[in-house]
Design a protein around this ligand. Sequence first.
Ligand code: TA6
Length: 288
Amino acid sequence: MAVFGSAKESKIFVLLTVLLYVGGTLSQKVQVHFHGATVLSWKVAGKDVLFQSREAIYDNQAPIRAGIPIAFPHFGQWEAGPTHGFARTSRWGLEEGPQKDAQGNATVVYSLVDTEETRRLWNHKFKLTYTLVFGDTAFKTSLKVENTGETTFNFTTLLHNYFRVDDIRSVTVSGMQGLEYIDKTRNFERFTERRELLTVGEFVDYVYINTPSSHVITGINGGRTMRMDKENFPDTVVWNPWETMSPNFPDLGNDEYLSFICVEAGHVVTPVTLTPGEEFKAVQTLTL
Ligand code: TA6
């Protein structure tokens, strides 16, 4: 598996493209935007597993509606700063790679540390380390949060995955049956999920609490089934704006709701508390 990456500097954005070859054939192609360390694209056998809105904004200011935006230090509406926090609208640095690890996987590591701007919003010192590992048909993302300051802080965090699907109306998501969830479409009221397999036929915005360590999602681009394994991401958010809410998002085509589902691994219901010197680590592995 040969790996090489190229960083292309332009007026608009800096992008890292990682190409993975197996037996001389391009098996995977990954694109990561330094703005928010947003994984824009993960192509396996030529088809993208991730969704990019055709109206996405790449101005190094707005969050990019694509792939895997990172929510930190706050998931959701935030009185101290931007919705879903500042991580997805900050310029991350390349910490390591791209390179091959001992197992022949492609790895690349990004990092984000506090700045004057982040401290103005949230007066704490931190380091985020975001490690991406690409195997033959698997993609592992690890997020480490370190408290590098002298004050204890609380945060919530989530990987806001946009998965490209053939048709949202034929997608299923396993693992929710019997769970309590917060329904953001019904005044954040709590309900119990009765269905063995979740399907989407309307605007959904559900925060499932204490979910199992894995979900299986069918209907992924190209008729594929994907498994999502999570460590230390106890909650799973499922969102699709449907036709009704899509007009609220100028960076999303009105018909694009049919082509994606957000199944988001997070630690969002109970905030994480880190004392000085402590660290938090969570992992998501996607396997086709
Ligand atoms: O994760 C679901 C959600 O919190 C929805 O409530 C919706 O707001 C979505 O995120 C998109 O948020 P964004 O700030 O990216 O437009």
